[in-house]
Design a protein around this ligand. Structure first.
Ligand SMILES: *Cc1c(COP(=O)(O)O)cnc(C)c1O
Length: 465
């Protein structure tokens, strides 16, 4: 039996973690000095760590635990499926009930005309599938030169070679490079980049960069555009209202494929089943993962529209797939997650209860001296930290310094709120109650106060020159 348990002293667990565990997106030697915070249990929106703190999880893990922690029916379903049929593949003209049932269920929930699911193990894998599917689609249509995919700076589409290349994050490109045939246009981030323009004019301008790029590359070379309905890892950047309608107009005009990366925005996060519904987007392909299983099992996929699926099915094999595509245990667990979301009317709860209450409380933060704007859609929110809100100024200190300090204060106050640069973001479990929202916002206020006092004491409330 395993001797490493929750009952071991934290310091011993931290030492073992530091000795053997390479953390993703982490400075591992800095973490080894400090020691990781070790989570031991979860229930609802609450986490417990190895020191017995009760922490409110404002991030739903990594944007995924939509139904909340500690749902025992998820484990029951997993065990039953493991006992029944722990694994079988879906490659060689075989299938199984969990994959069939999950695909049918997703098709039922997805927008009209999106009836086909290609399963993957994660969001990154699903986006790799999308790159290959777009290129294969145009091959079959006799236009093999339509290989380029246009994406956005500061977008996030995962961290495999394909996903990391679609994403527009220079820090990721710097570590391992990026694959050919992907180009990036600007992001609709008005707070940071809008200058003197109105958000609406800025949103339009950023969308029109797509048209400029298509014309520059030649439409005969462009296969698709990919975007998150709301940029998540980029800082919860909710686009101006003009942005998506203009993107849609351009995609329609030039007949390229539109991929909506719904890995975060899918399964209720924005108050509808999909972010595409919230923003009126009509994609050909949607990437899904995270909320599909609420993180209880790793699973992702691509929801594909009828026309693309028909073309893909018209020319023999698509030489692509994963050992765990449609994994029966993951699929059964995802299906149980969708049952819970639907039967407990969790999306209606977001729309009618949680979002209205959080919207009211979140807006209060905009009055804080450290906060410029406070934005929210569904249960995805962000605040911009600034030394001078009238001018939407950046801090003189290196970007992220203040955000990191704020996150540390949140952590100390048993609130998980993440920072992206100097933006603070939340994405709590969708089951969060009004009382829990109050706790979340109250802890955020205390943390902002402490951060603000610290910045003043250290002379950091200074704008970049
Ligand atoms: C998290 C995320 C991904 C990557 O999903 P993984 O499961 O981590 O591979 C892709 N796209 C978006 C929008 C994401 O937020």
């Amino acid at each position: 039996m395993n001797k490493i348990t929750n009952h071991m002293p934290t310091a011993e667990l931290q030492a073992l973690d530091a000795a053997h565990h390479m953390h993703p997106f982490t400075d591992n030697s800095a973490l080894a000095q400090k020691g990781a915070r070790i989570m031991t249990a979860g229930k609802g929106v609450w986490l417990t760590d190895s020191e017995g703190h009760r922490i409110i999880d404002g991030m739903a893990g990594l944007w995924c635990v939509n139904i909340g922690y500690g749902r025992t029916s998820m484990g029951d379903v997993a065990k039953a499926q493991m006992d029944q049929l722990a694994y079988y593949n879906t490659f060689f003209q075989t299938s199984h009930v969990p994959a069939i049932a999950l695909a049918a269920k997703i098709a039922e929930l997805a927008p009209e005309g999106m009836n086909h699911i290609f399963f993957a193990g994660s969001g990154s894998e699903a986006n790799d599938t999308n790159i290959r599917m777009v290129r294969r689609y145009w091959d079959i249509k006799g236009q093999p030169e339509k290989r380029i995919i246009i994406a956005r700076l500061n977008g996030y589409h995962g961290s495999t070679m394909g996903g990391g290349s679609l994403g527009g994050m220079s820090g990721i490109h710097a570590h391992g490079g990026k694959i050919a045939g992907i180009v990036h246009i600007g992001e609709p981030n008005w707070w940071e980049q809008g200058g003197d323009m109105t958000p609406e004019a800025f949103g339009l301008m950023r969308a029109q960069e797509l048209e400029t790029m298509i014309l520059q590359l030649g439409v005969e070379n462009v296969g698709a555009f990919i975007g998150e309905p709301v940029q998540g890892a980029g800082g919860v950047i909710i686009p101006p209202s003009t942005y998506w309608p203009e993107i849609q107009r351009i995609v329609d005009k030039y007949g390229i494929l539109l991929i909506a990366d719904e890995v975060i925005t899918g399964f209720g996060r924005t108050g509808n089943w999909f972010g595409s519904q919230t923003f009126g987007i009509k994609p050909h392909i949607m990437t899904i993962a995270k909320g599909l299983s609420s993180g209880y099992q790793p699973i992702g996929g691509s929801i594909v529209c009828d026309e693309v699926a028909e073309v893909m099915g018209s020319a023999g094999d698509f030489n692509h797939g994963y050992t765990y595509s449609g994994h029966p245990v993951a699929a059964a667990v995802a299906l149980e997650n969708l049952r819970i979301l639907q039967e407990e009317k969790i999306i209606e709860h977001v729309q009618n209860v949680a979002n209205p209450h959080l919207a009211k409380r979140w807006a209060e933060l905009a009055d804080h001296p450290l906060v410029g704007e406070a934005k929210l859609v569904g249960l995805m929110g962000s605040i911009a930290l600034t030394p001078d809100k009238a001018h939407r100024a950046k801090f003189a200190a290196e970007t992220g310094t203040v955000g990191y300090r704020c996150r540390e204060r949140c952590f100390a106050n048993d609130l998980i709120m993440r920072h992206v640069g100097d933006r603070m973001i939340i994405s709590p479990p969708l089951v969060i109650t009004p009382d829990e929202i109050d706790i979340l916002v109250d802890r955020a206020k205390v943390s902002l106060d402490e951060c603000y006092m610290g910045l003043k004491a250290d002379g950091l409330m200074v704008s970049r020159g």
